[in-house]
Design a protein around this ligand. Sequence first.
Ligand SMILES: O=CC(=O)O
Length: 350
Amino acid sequence: MSHLKVVVTRNIGAAALDILNQQKGLNVVLWDSEDRVVEKDWLDANIKDAHGLLVVFTEKINEELVTKAGPNLKAVSTMSVGVDHVELPVLAKRGIKLGYTPNVLTDAVADISVMLALMASRNVGQAISIAQEGKWPGLPWSPFGFCGPQISTSSAMGLPTPRTITAGFLGFGRIARATLNRLIGFGITHALYTDSGKNTDPDEEHEKKDFSIPVTRAKDFMQVARESDIVFVLTPGGKETYHLVGEEFLQAMKSTAVLINPSRGTVVDSDALAKACREGWIWGAGVDVIEGEPNVGSDHPLIKEPRCVVLPHIGSATTETRTAMARLAAENVVAGVLGQPLPAEYPVSQ
Ligand SMILES: O=CC(=O)O
C-alpha cells in the first residue's frame, strides 16, 4: 500500500502523535514545535501531495493552501472546537472533510467562563495587581473596599426582597449550557439566550428545557443586554458574528452587569468594551480572547482597563482536555485519510 501523507502543523503531544505513528501506512510529516506557529516556507514545502492535514487554529485553511496540497487532500482536522480559521466553502467544493474537537473541551471552557464571571464581578484584576505591585501594606481592610456585585444568591444574606440574577447567553450551545449548569449551583434565578436558530438537533432542544430555573429564548439580542446581570458571549466567530457586541449593546446593559467573552475576540468590539468599562456603562468584563490576538501588548485598551480581566486564550487549557483534543484531532485525520467516518466531523456545506 502506498503511504498516505499526513502533515501536522504543531507538536500536539505524545499521546496523539502515537495514534498517528502507530497507524500503518501513514507518513507523518511534523512541524516539531509546541509553541511556534508553523513557518509558511516549511508548510509550502511539505504540504504538496498531502492526504491529510492536522492543524491548530493559528493556521488559515484557504484556497491557496488547499491548492498547494493538490488533489490527494481528503481531510483537514483542527485541534479546536472553533472553525472560523477554515474557509468552509473551499473544503466543500473539493469534498474535503473537516474534523474538529467539540464536547471534550466543554467542561474546561465552562469552568473558565464561570471563573471569569467571578473575577470580573469581584475586581480580581485590580486586587491581584495591588498585591503584586506591593501596594497592599498601604491598604488596610476596609468595609466596602473592592466590593462588586455578587453573582450568587443566598437567603442567608437576609435581604428584604429575594434577589433575581439573570445570566444571559449570546449563543446557547454545549459550552453555554454547561456554564449555566454550574451557575444554577450558585443560585442564579433566570437565564436568557439567543442563538442562530440553526441547530436542529432534538437532543439539544431537550437539554434546553432541562434546567431547574426558567430559561427563555430572548425576543432579540438587545433583550439579553437589557435584562442580564452577566452576559456570556459564547457564539462561534466569523463574519456572521463580527462585532456583535458593540457600543449599542454595551450601552443597553445594566451598570452592575459584567460581560464575559470566552469564545472569539472578533465577536466583541474591543474599543467599545474598554469604553464601557472606563465610563461605567457596565461593571466590568472578563475576556479570554481579544481580536488580533496574540498581538495584544500592554498598551491595548482592554489590558490597560482595570475593570477588565484578560486571559491569553487559555479556556481549554487543562492537561486532560488538551490531551483529549489532540487525540480526537489525530483520530479525525486518520479516519479522514482512510475514507472512514470521522469521530467528530464538522459539516462544511451549511
Ligand atoms: O479556542 C479554542 C477552540 O476553538 O478550541
